[in-house]
Structures are given as C-alpha cells and as structure tokens.
Design a protein around this ligand. Sequence first.
Ligand SMILES: Nc1nc2c(ncn2[C@@H]2O[C@H](COP(=O)(O)OP(=O)(O)O)[C@@H](O)[C@H]2O)c(=O)[nH]1
Ligand SMILES: [Mg+2]
Length: 327
Amino acid sequence: MTMNLNRTAKSSRVDEIIKLMKNRNIRGLTRAISIVENNEEAKKYLLSDAFRRGLNSCLTVGFTGAPGTGKSTLINSVIKRYRQAGKTVGVIAVDPTSPYSGGAVLGDRIRMQEHNPDSGVYIRSLASRKALGGLSEATKFALYLYKAFVFDVIIVETLGVGQDEIDVAKYVDVTVVLLVPGYGDTIQMAKAGIMEIADVFVINKSDRPGADLLKKQILNILYMKPENERPPVVNTIADRNEGIDEVIEAIELVKHRSASDTEERYHRRIAEEIRSSVLSQLTREADRHLDKMVKRVMNASITPIEASEEILRLLCNRQEDPIDPDL
Ligand SMILES: Nc1nc2c(ncn2[C@@H]2O[C@H](COP(=O)(O)OP(=O)(O)O)[C@@H](O)[C@H]2O)c(=O)[nH]1
Ligand SMILES: [Mg+2]
C-alpha cells in the first residue's frame, strides 16, 4: 500500500516536471537537473522523455582547455553575441568555480550574471561530486535536458583537466579547444589527445607574446589534414571581446561542413550512449556481489578471474526475457 502511494507520488512529480519543461518553465529544467545530479530513480523517466522530445537542431558546443586559459571569459563574450542575434543560450558549467557572475558565491550553483533566464540565457554549473560514470555522464544527461527544454545554442564549459574533456567531446556538435601562448601547449595537447577532439582552435590571450608562433605551430600540425577537414584556428582576446565573431563563424563553419559527418557522429554518439548505459547498469549490478566475492578471493577459495566469471553468470541468470540474438 505504502509502496503504491510512493510510486504515485513519484510519477506525479515526474509528470509535473515534464509539464513544466514542455511549457518552457525554467523551474522544470532546474528540478530535472537536480534529480539527475542526485541520481534519483526518477531520472530515467525524465531522461527518456527528454531524449524523445529533445531537438537535434540545438547547436551544442563544448569549450575545453586548461584552467585559466579563459574559457569562462570567452563564453561570456560568445553569449553576448548570440543574444544580440536573438538566440537563446543554455550553459552547462562543469567547473563550479567558473566566474559567470560578478558576485558568484561558491556553492550557489545557479548563476545568472547579466544574463538571466528571462533574457534567454540559463547558466547552471554541475555538482562536481563523484557520480557513477563520472562528470561526463552528468554532463551528457544535462545536455539531454537542455535539448528537451530547447535552446538555440547549448554551451558546455569543461573543467580543463583529464579524461572528461575527451568524453564530453563525444556529446557535442563542435568542440572548441582553447590554448594560450607561452605554455608549451602544442606538446601538452599532443599528449592529451586534444588534437583529435578539436574542431576549432582558439588562441586566447593573444595580447601576450607568442600568439603568432603558437598559431604557426598549430597550423603546421594541421597541415596534414585535408583542407575541408582542417579545424579553423582563431586568435582572440576574450576579456576585450576581440575575435568573438570569428569564433562564432568558425563554429558555424564546422557545424555545416558535411551532413554525412554529422550523421556518422550521431551514430557514434548513440552507440556510445547505449554502451555507457549498459556498462553503468552492469557495474551497479556487479557491485552488489563484490564484497562477498572479495572475501572468497581472500580466503583463497577462488581467484579474481573466477569471481568475475561467477558474477557474470549470476547477472545472466537474472535475465528474465532473453533477447533473440537474431533479432
Ligand atoms: N591577458 C588576457 N587575460 C585574459 C584573457 N581572457 C581571459 N583572461 C583572464 O584570464 C583569467 C582566467 O579566465 P577564466 O575565463 O576564468 O578561465 P577558465 O578557467 O579557462 O574559465 C581571468 O583573470 C581572465 O580575466 C585574454 O584574452 N587576455
Ligand atoms: Mg572557467
């Protein structure tokens, strides 16, 4: 009885959020993101609804680069330009310290600077607590929700360290990589696999010495790519609003480059989503057996490999409706 009541309460809450989202009431988006962040059970209904209704016509752009390269500053300038063109903009800031508000208080995770939702801009930073699947999964889910809410442009600012950048690049249409002169960046990015994910290179802080040299180095590396696949390289001085139109033009150019590429990317993205969903569910299920198995390995009754095989057997036997492999 109690169970049923709970379930009814839960689904009416989900329905209400979905309704708010459909009416483009920002409270719906805010609540949906909180549910996803807290990893509540209701998240799967919200995400499935968001995926069904989400528009692929929203342009999604990731801004990535080491901390301090000027991502937040550049994004602020880009937002202003898009607003001047009458476009709505949603921003997902994975870095909670991003200065999108003059008076931003750390811990106040909903920030709207000179931008606020009534003005067509919504900015939210994601909690950086460790979630299953990492921050990139939270980002991906937030992207679903933003697309369902519908913005003309959706911007993701990543933290600028580690694997998350490369993961996030899979979920956005265009990845903009920021570099600044004088840090030996070319070597760093070659190491981090950044060259592969960049659709546009921005050399920010071009007021500093070495900007031209860095541009030359990047162009040299890109020279090997066919011209129609070569990422544009743009110089900017973000805190003076210089080069912003060129950044937007470069983003548009990449977005419209080739329909077949877009199709292929979409295919890869869906494959990745299915796989990561399968893996995270499997991980969750497998974790339930871990303690028991660790003990058995420590008692020397089985080896870790045998333990993993036994867990897989347990998971397979749980399956109630085996799917016909020929289907
Ligand atoms: N000299 C110079 N400083 C800049 C430029 N763009 C941003 N900054 C400064 O660089 C610092 C880091 O910028 P921020 O946008 O927070 O970097 P993020 O960590 O990549 O988001 C701030 O103090 C900015 O004012 C630029 O083009 N030239
Ligand atoms: Mg920032």
